[in-house]
Design a protein around this ligand. Structure first.
Ligand code: HXC
Length: 259
């Protein structure tokens, strides 16, 4: 499938790389881009050969937010009827395959929210995160007020959404928003290597691990721990568990088949 606002590649077996590609607008998220991203995720989800995704932008910007020019004249009725960006946000949130956000440059507003909708963020030293919507008289609209405090705590989240200040990559790592910071020229390589590692694991175990870490944000501790134990036990029904443990005992690399 070809897209106007995305470039989709397969850099290595099992890995799909999706690049946001609206350089003229610093990858601002408009309806076309998010529609295409939803389609690209549908395709990746349906493709058994894809085991992990990497979502990235350019050196200058992951994404500088929702497209202000597209939104500026909309009425409340239009925003509400279109459930503005709700469907796309849900599509990303509900992807069963892991998505790594590889962020260089600006990840602002909807761009920061898009990165947080992914499973984890690998940042270049040049990355800058922010929720500057308050400067426009609005607020985050695809999860920023909810995911940012869960990632960095109330104090920093409040500071960011109320003052619109940006966090650099080092602060974002200290605060827990990103999992690693790497030099800009190594960032994509590092993200693709992480994706290749995930792609080599049992896709069944990967999907269940992802589901359970996400459940930690939705359930009580005792419910989450019980869910974990049930799924842990259930993994023993798969050949991949037998293969993984046999390979360890036999001192060889496992070959996971996804069954
Ligand atoms: C539309 C945008 C844009 C955006 C940048 N551009 N951000 N267009 N929507 N969010 C465009 C500019 O208009 C400009 O186009 C080109 O990209 C380059 O941007 P410059 O401003 O010239 O670059 P620079 O001076 O380097 O400044 C970079 C920047 C700044 C700091 C990132 O562009 C900026 O502040 N952008 C807006 C950030 C923001 O407020 N994001 C939140 C949006 S609201 P031209 O044609 O002039 O060259 C949001 C709500 C989410 O995200 C809710 C989801 C439903």
């Amino acid at each position: 499938m070809s897209y106007e606002t995305l470039i989709v590649e397969t850099p290595s077996a099992g890995v799909a790389l999706i690049r946001l590609n609206r350089p003229e607008a610093l990858n601002a998220l408009n309806s076309q881009l998010l529609g295409e991203l939803s389609k690209a995720l549908d395709a990746a989800e349906a493709d058994e050969t894809v085991r992990c995704l990497v979502l990235t932008g350019s050196d200058r910007a992951f994404a500088a937010g929702a497209d202000i020019k597209e939104m500026s004249d909309k009425s409340y009725a239009q925003m509400f009827s279109a459930d503005f960006f709700g469907a796309a946000a849900r599509r990303i949130e509900q992807c069963r395959k892991p998505i790594i956000a590889a962020v260089a440059g600006y990840a602002l507003g909807g761009g920061c929210e898009l990165a947080m909708l992914c499973d984890f963020i690998i940042a270049a030293e040049t990355a800058k995160f922010g929720q500057p919507e308050i400067n426009l008289g609005v607020m985050p609209g695809i999860g920023g007020t909810q995911r940012l405090p869960r990632a960095v705590g109330k104090a920093k989240a409040m500071d960011m959404v109320l003052t619109a200040r940006m966090m650099d990559a080092a602060e974002a790592e200290r605060a827990g928003l990103v999992s690693r910071v790497v030099p800009a020229d190594k960032m994509l390589e590092e993200a693709l290597a992480a994706a290749a590692k995930i792609a080599s694991q049992s896709p069944l175990a990967v999907a269940m691990n992802k589901e359970l870490v996400n459940a930690a944000f939705e359930t009580t501790l005792s419910t989450g721990v019980t869910m974990e134990r049930r799924l842990f036990h259930s993994l023993f029904a798969f050949e991949d568990q037998k293969e993984g443990m046999a390979a360890f005992v036999e001192k060889r690399k496992p070959e996971f088949k996804g069954r």
